[in-house]
Write a protein that binds this ligand. Sequence first.
Ligand SMILES: NC(=O)c1ccc[n+]([C@@H]2O[C@H](COP(=O)([O-])OP(=O)(O)OC[C@H]3O[C@@H](n4cnc5c(N)ncnc54)[C@H](O)[C@@H]3O)[C@@H](O)[C@H]2O)c1
Length: 359
Amino acid sequence: MSEQSPSVLDQLSASGHKKVVFCNDSDSGLKAIIAIHDTTLGPALGGTRMYNYASEAEALEDVLRLSKRMTYKSAITGLNLGGGKGVIIGDSRKDKSEALMRSYGRFIKNLNGEYITAEELGTTARDMEYIRMETQYVTGVPESLGGAGDPAPFSAQGVYYGIKASLKEVYGSDMLAGKTVVVQGIGKVGEHLVSLLRKENAVVLISDINKDLTMHVASKYKAKPIDADKIFGIEADVYAPCALGATINDKTIDKMKFAVIAGSANNQLADDEKHGRALLEKGVVFAPDYLINAGGLISCYSELTGLGKKRTIQLTEHIYDATREVLRMSKKENIPTLEAANRIAEQRIASIKKIKSSY
Ligand SMILES: NC(=O)c1ccc[n+]([C@@H]2O[C@H](COP(=O)([O-])OP(=O)(O)OC[C@H]3O[C@@H](n4cnc5c(N)ncnc54)[C@H](O)[C@@H]3O)[C@@H](O)[C@H]2O)c1
């Protein structure tokens, strides 16, 4: 390691991580890192991403960042879960096998429940089935195996509540009828969101790089297709990014004519501090992504704790109140909404830590 790069333990100290496990199995070719950020509220839950990282340092940086975000996400959503994440280094189309996934499952097993995994970028429900063959500490398995199934409908529902809470902040009413919403990306989450918005007679504009899907969703829900390069010139009440991260950046902020940004995509701000502050100054209400896209996490939590669908829906509805609280704090303290969300999450963790210290 060069003199400039901090040691792994220094990196953990700086980010407040509890534990990082490096996994290596030469028989199956497994190379993975599991990061456990914080377990004050409960076991560390977070998906496993499989990605062809350019270096181990890049994989470590990603897993540290993602696991910390999971701590905040669970905390602000009111769940009794900590934050963790796993990354498998490799090409998910070429390097995956039953043995590799089961080997990874055995590393999770050896953590005795301190870390619970789920599906993420590059991993599938089938992979979770393989992990399940080795350990019970996995969630998001198919309904046919007793799991809660696809979390996307719950993620969409949470985004819908986030949009409504933001409209309430801006217009004093959360009615969607007649409001214009631009949904960017109409995949698993986006399409469910379009359906919920159209049920309340919102005017919905959709954009997706998949043209056939766009035409299909447009005619199914009576939504209007728009070109990707037109999005940031449109005047609309809400922009719902449901495709990629970092769409709010130096290039797009100036052009935006939206009152609210609320969508499912992770890490929507290219630079959390800089762009969070820029949106605040521009008067655009930004519903923090990690809060309003937590419906999928809530679905996993329900699966783990044996809660039924009804309770999952109730917990997802709570995203409305949680968003309102964040927006109120942001306004009162004149701080970006992401910072307000982080503070609320940190306050919950600190207060529960105190309770747990009492014998
Ligand atoms: N699925 C969940 O439960 C869940 C939970 C939390 C967060 N998220 C996040 O929400 C986002 C969407 O998730 P998903 O499960 O619907 O993914 P998905 O892959 O099913 O859908 C993404 C859609 O975005 C489209 N797309 C890609 N690039 C685009 C671009 N430049 N412009 C317009 N459209 C583009 C794709 O064609 C696809 O239809 C992702 O960022 C994901 O990380 C998803």
